[in-house]
Design a protein around this ligand. Structure first.
Ligand code: ARG
Length: 400
């Protein structure tokens, strides 16, 4: 009996070639699935292409709302920025796509799960680990990587099989989700060259942004954004709204050198307007409502969380453990943060919260505050005790 494979299908060259390869080389029946996480591709066109290439079934799944709620929102609570810069907009979508593939494979009685990643990137790690963890009884195949197909071979093969190759030999390789857009290849591979303007699509050039600043207010409840400028919005809509407001001001462009899991350093260019604004606002609000002990400790938890999510370990139990801590820490992260957007720049200019630990009466410069300055003297005495003792000894030991 022939095998039945579920293939994560984007409609692009790699995964289109895979449909034919799997049918021919593995004598397999192919079921394709395209998961919409906000990549903005034409889902209908992908479906038609798959059908034309002879798949036995195709699934188009709109997972945008689930992605926003179950993947992006946890990332906001964790202030997730890989290497301090990248809001993991691609990384977050992979475990969701894998989960959908596994669900379909179970329903359709498939024997294998296939993705089109190469052996150079992070996505292969995310797919392989998530798929094999969620479906240990099924084969996981990465033919582009494991059969060593080059792009030239793929194109030649596509031509013999009548697979359409898009004419506008694409300048860049793009991967997007509602949380951001990653732009790779072409001119961007020169790490010392500024990305050309046409690499960007969600953000205007800061030079061309409006000459007047715009204020935006984000309201958080229990660590997640619920309102923009006072208007309540569902997660997906809220992210879209912030993407458009911030993009208009050229906010959210990111250009950095990133360490991939396989050791490669890569120059990565992203535009993540909503992520840039919401993460900045969330971090600021946390500092207002958390004790300093919490703030410092959570930084370590956040760093571990974003690493796991980036590194393909979304389904590792450590992530659940960290989520438990993070969720508990977020109960009080409610309030409002005001930010100013202006020509590519972003600044928090105000914040308020019913759980604020900031007390104007304590912090002011007026001599008559509720803060009892006489306690400071004794505090400093003890706080610096060991430091003083050490320095006294050091000085004494240096004497001739
Ligand atoms: N470097 C980023 C990551 O690993 C983005 C990669 C996006 N590109 C892609 N073809 N998947 O998450």
């Amino acid at each position: 009996m022939s095998e039945k494979f579920v293939l994560a299908y984007s409609g692009g060259l790699d995964t289109s070639v895979l449909i034919k390869y799997l049918q021919e080389k593995c004598n397999a029946q192919v079921i394709t699935v395209t998961v919409d996480v906000g990549q903005g591709e034409d889902l209908k066109a992908a479906e038609e292409k798959a059908q034309k290439l002879g798949v036995i079934k195709h699934f188009s799944i709109d997972a945008k709302e689930e992605f926003a709620k179950e993947y992006v929102f946890p990332a906001i609570k964790a202030n997730a920025l890989y290497e301090g810069k990248y809001p993991i907009s691609t990384s977050l979508s992979r475990p969701l796509i894998a989960k959908k593939m596994v669900e379909i494979a179970a329903k359709e009685g498939a024997t294998g799960l296939v993705h089109g990643c190469t052996g150079r990137g992070n996505d292969q790690v995310r797919f392989d680990i998530t798929l094999s963890s969620l479906a240990p009884d099924k084969k996981v195949l990465a033919p582009i990587r494991d059969w060593g197909l080059t792009r030239e071979e793929e194109i030649a093969y596509a031509q013999t099989k009548g697979i359409p190759i898009s004419e506008d030999a694409k300048k860049y390789s793009i991967d997007a989700s509602i949380w951001g857009r990653a732009i790779e290849c072409g001119l961007l591979e020169d790490a010392n060259q500024e990305p050309p303007e046409d690499a960007y699509d969600w953000t205007v050039s800061p030079q061309k942004a409006p000459d007047k600043p715009e204020l935006i207010t984000i309201t958080f409840e229990a660590g997640v954004p619920v309102k923009v400028n006072g208007k309540k919005m569902a997660p997906l809509l809220l992210i879209k709204e912030v993407n458009s407001i911030a993009g208009k001001h050229g906010v959210g462009r990111i250009d950095h050198i990133e360490d991939r899991l396989v050791g490669i350093k890569s120059r990565e260019v992203y535009e993540c307007p909503a992520a840039t604004v919401i993460l900045e606002a969330h971090k600021d609000l946390e500092k207002m409502v958390m004790t300093r002990h919490e703030v410092l400790f959570k930084q370590q938890i956040d760093a571990q969380w974003v690493f796991l999510a980036y590194a393909g370990l979304w389904v590792d139990p450590l992530k659940d453990d960290l989520d438990a801590f993070i969720n508990c820490s977020q109960e009080k992260v409610s309030g409002e943060v005001k930010l100013k957007l202006y020509k590519g720049g972003l600044q928090v200019i105000g914040r308020s919260s019913p759980m604020s630990l900031y007390d104007k009466n304590l912090a002011n410069y007026n001599i008559k505050t509720t803060f009892d300055q006489s306690s400071s003297k004794g505090f400093i005495e003890l706080w610096g005790m060991q430091t003083r003792i050490y320095n006294t000894l050091k000085k004494a030991s240096k004497k001739p």
